[in-house]
Design a protein. Structure first.
Length: 163
């Protein structure tokens, strides 16, 4: 396997690390495995309010309905040290990037950070909406958005492999 496909380390970040980024971690990990990519995928949250908790029950439910089990994930807080560990860090929304900058201070590396939805709609700076205050349909919507972006990430890397 070419070097650029080995050991990619990707971090997904949202505010609480219980709704959006656990879905993003689970979906990308699942798709990478299916594509035969040995990637490390993790997630974290900027606010630290839910550290140690499992993903929100509706994120778990919607993921499982799509064949992705995220029940063993536990929330952790994002830190500047994540810039040493990961090749690429996807933020679910613009406010998350601002929080990452505040937490990481001079360890923040612009080149490693991208809004997840820019993978699907480059330059749009679209947010994955926060489903936390809403009901189940919001979680299905968020799942679809994250899945489409993850499909694009996998497609880009697997097409590189076939060049
Ligand atoms: P998430 O959603 O960032 O997608 O995990 C949230 C979950 C909890 C809170 C905010 C957002 N909260 O403030 O507790």
């Amino acid at each position: 396997m070419p070097d650029y496909l080995c050991g990619m380390k990707i971090l997904m970040v949202c505010l609480g690390n219980i709704c959006r980024s656990p879905l993003a971690e689970g979906i990308l990990q699942h798709k990478a495995q299916q594509a035969g990519l040995s990637w490390t995928v993790d997630s974290a949250g900027t606010n630290g309010y839910h550290v140690g908790e499992a993903p929100h029950h509706l994120s778990q439910k919607v993921a499982l309905l799509n064949g992705v089990d995220i029940s063993s994930q536990r929330s952790r807080r994002f830190s500047g040290a994540d810039f040493d560990q990961f090749d690429m860090i996807y933020a679910m929304a613009g406010d998350v990037v601002e929080e990452m900058k505040w937490l990481a201070k001079n360890r923040f590396q612009e080149a490693k950070v991208e809004l997840l939805m820019n993978e699907l709609h480059p330059g749009s700076d679209m947010d994955v909406p926060d489903p936390w205050y809403g009901t189940e349909p919001g979680y299905h919507e968020v799942y679809k958005m994250i899945e489409a972006a993850c499909d694009r990430i996998i497609a880009r890397h697997t097409s590189l492999a076939h060049q």
